[in-house]
Design a binder for this molecule. Structure first.
Ligand code: PLP
Length: 296
């Protein structure tokens, strides 16, 4: 069985015709060969949306949450609505084809398609996950960087697509290079008016006493699927959970903090700018064990 699998959807949205009316809904394609047109708006404009799901023990985690977010992102971009039944089937087919592994991921991508065709492009790509034990145990160093938008940008300027998971991730990659220049591993965005937001590919969660806190999704950030799972974990352990709006001082004075995401899962933060933060090894390990044991 292959360690990388690519499945291409024949009809990613019921709002548009199929690419080939006689073809099967999903066909596997050679990962090593090119499949995307140079005129696809994903390539020329970053015009599309995506999701990346963890696959643990062969099960794509938080599948329905990811699919709902996928549909929401597509709606924010006025893309043809993804046919979630077709996407769900594509996810399962891709994962079933993949060589089994303890940890893998599947990435689903919907683009506006080749310019002028009104035929969206869609594919699912699965691969074994890289090793993350260092980030999960030793922890990561983060820097706080100004995102340049106010905390209410999603309400005042929805056309900026804050909170949509678009293919335009050049900024999210640029900030990681800036973090590296500053001797850090990752980034936490702060709004121009000083409110804690999210990482470029992760959700911030921090602990104060017996409460886990995370920034609210209406701050123009993604509602994290991993954060949702970890809040269920915390509630089951008798901890309080809270979604809210807080300035960066709340993080600097937190008892502990983590960046959460699919695939890398829970990475404890061991340094914020130049200030060390205590890594809670046991709690971090318990969080990762919980996620790795999930089967839905
Ligand atoms: N925020 C952003 C901007 C992201 O890109 C991601 C994931 O890639 C997350 C948060 C974390 O979301 P999830 O836990 O659903 O992977």
């Amino acid at each position: 069985m292959p360690e990388r699998v690519l499945a291409i959807l024949n009809r990613p949205s019921l709002d548009a015709p199929a690419h080939d009316p006689d073809a099967v809904p999903v066909h596997f394609a050679d990962v090593a060969q090119p499949h995307l047109s140079v005129m696809d708006l994903a390539a020329t404009r970053g015009d599309g949306v995506f999701e990346t799901l963890s696959v643990c023990g062969g099960v794509p985690l938080a599948r329905e949450h990811h699919l709902a977010r996928f549909a929401r992102s597509a709606a924010m971009l006025d893309l043809p609505a993804p046919d979630l039944d077709a996407w769900r089937a594509a996810i399962f087919a891709t994962v079933a084809e993949l060589e089994p592994a303890a940890e893998a991921f599947v990435k689903i991508v919907l683009t506006r398609g080749v310019e002028g065709t009104n035929l969206p492009t869609g594919w699912a790509y699965a691969e074994h996950s890289p090793e993350f034990s260092d980030a999960r145990t030793r922890g990561i160093r983060v820097v706080l960087l100004d995102r340049g938008y106010r905390h209410d940008v999603a309400r005042t300027s929805p056309w900026l697509l804050a909170g949509a998971k678009t293919l335009s991730y050049a900024v999210n990659k640029a900030v990681l290079r800036e973090a590296a220049r500053r001797g850090a591993d990752d980034v936490i965005f702060v709004s121009s008016d000083g409110i804690l937001l999210e990482g470029p590919t992760s959700t911030l969660v921090y602990r104060r006493g017996n409460t886990l806190l995370t920034p609210a999704p209406d701050l123009g950030i993604l509602d994290g699927t991993t954060q949702a799972s970890i809040f269920r974990f915390a509630a089951a352990r008798g901890m309080q959970t809270k979604v809210g709006v807080a300035g960066s001082d709340a993080l600097r004075t937190a008892d502990a903090a983590w960046l959460l995401s699919s695939v890398r899962l829970v990475a404890p933060i061991r340094q914020i700018d130049d200030t060390p933060l205590r890594v809670e090894a046991d709690l971090s390990a318990a969080m990762n064990e919980y996620l790795l044991a999930l089967r839905e």
